[in-house]
Design a protein around this ligand. Structure first.
Ligand SMILES: CCCCCCCC/C=C\CCCCCCCC(=O)SCCNC(=O)CCNC(=O)[C@H](O)C(C)(C)COP(=O)(O)OP(=O)(O)OC[C@H]1O[C@@H](n2cnc3c(N)ncnc32)[C@H](O)[C@@H]1OP(=O)(O)O
Ligand SMILES: Cc1cc2nc3c(=O)[nH]c(=O)nc-3n(C[C@H](O)[C@H](O)[C@H](O)COP(=O)(O)OP(=O)(O)OC[C@H]3O[C@@H](n4cnc5c(N)ncnc54)[C@H](O)[C@@H]3O)c2cc1C
Length: 697
């Protein structure tokens, strides 16, 4: 073990053949009939069959628990297969395409997906899933995910009636243009202006400074014909703050920018392939005129005379589209995390290192306790995020219904939960994808593992739809102990309670876990409040500013409590299927005890548990890992992902990793020629020069 790295002593070169001898640029073993037979024989073998046989639960029923219903499994399955079997949706070559080729490929896929949706008369649910499995960020995400919801949420009935049918049929393509070069997080600081001109009954949209250029909106750069633009509304000489406006950007005839509109793409982004399929854009207005009725007027209106009228609703409803997208991002986190974990678990079961010096079998890396302690908490987190995502979706629907009935009492709670859960789940997922890459050793660094691209596509989720730190600080403004804050009503008890845990098994009791997490979150919040008032004897804002790093930690503790609580509630429900409930129970405990172990400092510093109880939690965690081990592969099979969607040679369902890795390497454009381009210009002269020098010696 001390040698570290891979076990070179037992490594066998099975397929080695010099690439320089390959005339057909195919894997050398494919040139021999024996090689291809061998490959075929291997493909028929399920290398993970032994792993699947050790599962102690009904995988089909776990698929139902994961997807939410039998119907959901069925629909997802059908859509995933539809995409996987269609050559247009091929994505294995994506990281090798140039930016232009990749963008064109995105346009092609989006058009083809739409064609299939119309031809097959897919329902909204089916169409959403089909787009998810196409798995390539593009303008359609913003069209359906933000442009349409913004009109639905902020447009009057009349405006919806006019614009939505056009958007639904793709007669117009829309994006969400809020962020500017100078301001993203601070929405109130946006500079674009929309000045009402009563003479012509129009708004004049203008970008007064360089920093007021819209910058980042997805789909804006090259695809969109329209945008919901957020701008400062000015009428009768007064600035009424940020409002949304529907603005046409490009001609519907030839796609050229309309007069006064300057736009383009903002340039290449992190990673190859990845988010570069998206045309994030820049947009400037030079006194562009739009009719008055293109201001989204559900929350406030400007009359023909130019009077500003605000309906009797909270002005934060303007932020409703962001709340909607944040809750969908939480559901998306569990998808991205489960994909990475699926790849790492399957590959860890296939990959063997060390354990035998005499030619016998080596140890599957999944059997190393360190591998388990890094990987199983991520597996548990994927399930935890899935269930909290379902709950958040329920909360969002509930709040929306209440808002329609003019009940705004739960708005703040919905904002705090979506903001906090978006921040925590995306940060954890981004870090976890990178951890899964490391868990796959060197091969995880290859594009063909799927992990680099998954990371590069995913990591901006920590920034878009609200920077995670900015969003977590929003939690600190919650005042009422309602809903998920209700535990704060038990302040007297939670401030002094002591955990009763006296053995490792006691940590399996959900009440013990719940109480420890509630006490930790509450005590951290109370400490913050005390420190803020001490730090700022005169002004609360100054204390808030001073102690904001502590507030962040308290916010994370509160959100982790919500995730743990929702997982415990899920496990308390009736869950059909042999062994399914037991597995979820184990994963729930892994999640909670892992968080407890990782944040032990919080639990100890607030006196919620003793150092011995902390050690017992860690002991129990080790036992839980052993319990998860034989079920690990089946637990990722329950995600029900096709090989196409996973997009990883390491995560293949059949575990036949090595031939796939080998074959994939030969597809690289560098291998198109045996002698590389540049040899004659740069390599040969160099080598010849050296030879010349040597011959002179
Ligand atoms: C490979 C896969 C491909 C397929 C993909 C599948 C789908 C996946 C899903 C999706 C992909 C989408 C792709 C990317 C999309 C990205 C889009 C964008 O990024 S759009 C731009 C987002 N921009 C932000 O988020 C700005 C962040 N800033 C803000 O939200 C605000 O400025 C904030 C909250 C930081 C400050 O708000 P204040 O300026 O009004 O100031 P204050 O004083 O803090 O708030 C006033 C009061 O309003 C409440 N409040 C704030 N926000 C609220 C809200 N949203 N709802 C209700 N109340 C709110 C506050 O709690 C406060 O309440 P009290 O006065 O204390 O009671
Ligand atoms: C891939 C991608 C897609 C996007 N798509 C869209 C889109 O479709 N439409 C759109 O309108 N926008 C879009 N955006 C923009 C995105 O919403 C913003 O980038 C995001 O809201 C963060 O704002 P910012 O860039 O201004 O960051 P900044 O606020 O400048 O953040 C910089 C740093 O300052 C810190 N910081 C800022 N304010 C505070 C504070 N009050 N307290 C403590 N720390 C603070 C942050 O934590 C961060 O570390 C997209 C961005 C990306 C990366």
């Amino acid at each position: 073990m001390w040698r570290g790295g891979s076990n070179t002593r037992t490594c066998k070169r099975r397929f080695f053949s010099s690439p320089t001898r390959s005339r057909h640029h195919r894997p050398p073993y494919m040139l021999h009939s024996r090689g291809s037979q061998h490959l075929k024989a291997m493909a028929e073998v399920d290398h993970l069959a032994a792993e699947r046989a050790t599962a102690r639960f009904d995988v089909e029923e776990m698929k139902v628990a994961w997807a939410g219903s039998r119907h959901a499994v069925h629909v997802a399955d059908r859509m995933a297969r539809l995409v996987a079997s269609d050559p247009v949706f091929r994505k294995d070559n994506r990281t090798m395409l140039s930016r232009k080729e990749l963008f064109k490929d995105t346009l092609r896929k989006a058009a083809h997906a739409w064609k299939r949706i119309v031809e097959l008369r897919l329902t909204e649910e089916e169409a959403d899933l089909l787009r998810q499995y196409v798995d390539q960020p593009g303008y359609v995400d913003l069209h359906w995910g933000m442009f349409v919801p913004a009109i639905k949420g902020q447009g009057t009935e009349e405006q919806q009636h006019k614009w939505l049918p056009l958007a639904y049929k793709f007669q117009i393509i829309g994006c969400y243009a809020q962020t500017e070069l100078g301001h993203g997080s601070n929405v109130q600081g946006l500079e674009t202006t929309a000045t009402f001109d009563p003479k012509t009954d129009e708004f004049v949209i203008h970008s007064p400074t360089l920093t007021s250029s819209k910058w980042w909106p997805g789909g804006l750069g090259k695809a969109s014909t329209h945008a919901v633009v957020y701008a400062r509304l000015i009428t009768e000489g007064k600035d009424y703050g940020i409002h949304g406006f529907i603005v046409q950007l490009r001609s519907l005839e030839d796609h050229s920018p309309l007069p006064g509109v300057t736009l383009g793409d903002i340039g290449g982004k992190f990673g190859s392939g990845a988010y570069n399929s998206m045309d994030n854009g820049v947009l400037r207005f030079d006194h562009v005129r739009i009719p008055r009725d293109q201001m989204l007027m559900r929350l406030s209106q400007v009359t023909r005379e130019g009077k500003y009228v605000h309906s009797n609703v909270p002005k934060q409803l303007l932020y409703g589209t962001m709340v909607y997208v944040r809750q969908s991002i939480v559901a998306d986190a569990s998808k991205a995390l489960s994909r990475a974990v699926c790849i790492a678990v399957r590959y860890s079961a296939v990959r063997k290192q060390f354990g035998s010096q005499d030619g016998g079998p080596e140890t599957q890396v999944l059997n190393y306790k360190t591998q388990q302690s890094r990987l199983f908490p991520l597996l548990a987190s994927a399930y935890a995020f899935r269930f909290v995502g379902d709950w958040l979706n329920w909360l969002y629907t509930d709040v929306t219904q209440k808002l329609e009935a003019k009940d705004f009492s739960t708005l703040q709670e919905a904002h705090a939960c979506t903001a906090g859960l978006k921040a925590v789940t995306t940060s954890v997922t981004a870090d976890a994808i990178e951890e899964c890459r490391k868990l796959c050793g060197g091969h995880g660094y290859l594009n063909s593992s799927g992990l680099p691209e998954l990371f590069a596509v995913y990591v901006p989720a920590c920034t878009y739809e609200g920077d995670n730190v900015v969003l977590l600080l929003q939690l600190a403004s919650g005042k009422q102990p309602v809903g998920t804050m209700a535990y704060m009503g038990k302040v007297q008890y939670l401030m002094q309670c002591k955990s009763a845990v006296s053995s490792a098994e006691d940590w399996l009791n959900p009440d013990a876990i719940q109480e420890a997490f509630e006490a930790r979150a509450l005590r951290m919040a109370v400490n913050c409040a005390q420190n803020i008032s001490q730090a700022a004897s005169q002004e609360e804002a100054a204390g808030f500013y001073e102690r904001s790093p502590d507030l962040l930690e308290a916010a994370v503790a509160h959100i982790q409590l919500i995730i743990v609580t929702k997982f415990i509630e899920k496990v308390h429900q009736e869950i059909p299927g042999h062994g399914v409930k037991e597995q979820l129970q184990a994963l729930c405990n892994v999640y909670a005890l892992y968080i407890l172990h990782k944040h032990l400092g919080d639990f100890l510093a607030t006196g919620c548990i003793t150092p011995r109880q902390g050690a017992l939690a860690n002991e129990q965690l080790g036992k839980l890992y052993a319990q998860v081990r034989p079920n690990a592969v089946a637990l990722v099979d329950a995600f029900n992902y096709t090989d196409h969607y996973l997009g990883s040679v390491l995560g293949r369902y059949d575990g036949d990793v090595y031939p796939a890795l080998y074959e994939e390497a030969w597809k690289d454009p560098l291998n198109e020629t045996v002698v590389p381009e540049g040899y004659h210009e740069y390599l040969r002269p160099l080598i010849k020069q050296q030879q010349l020098k040597l011959s002179r010696l």
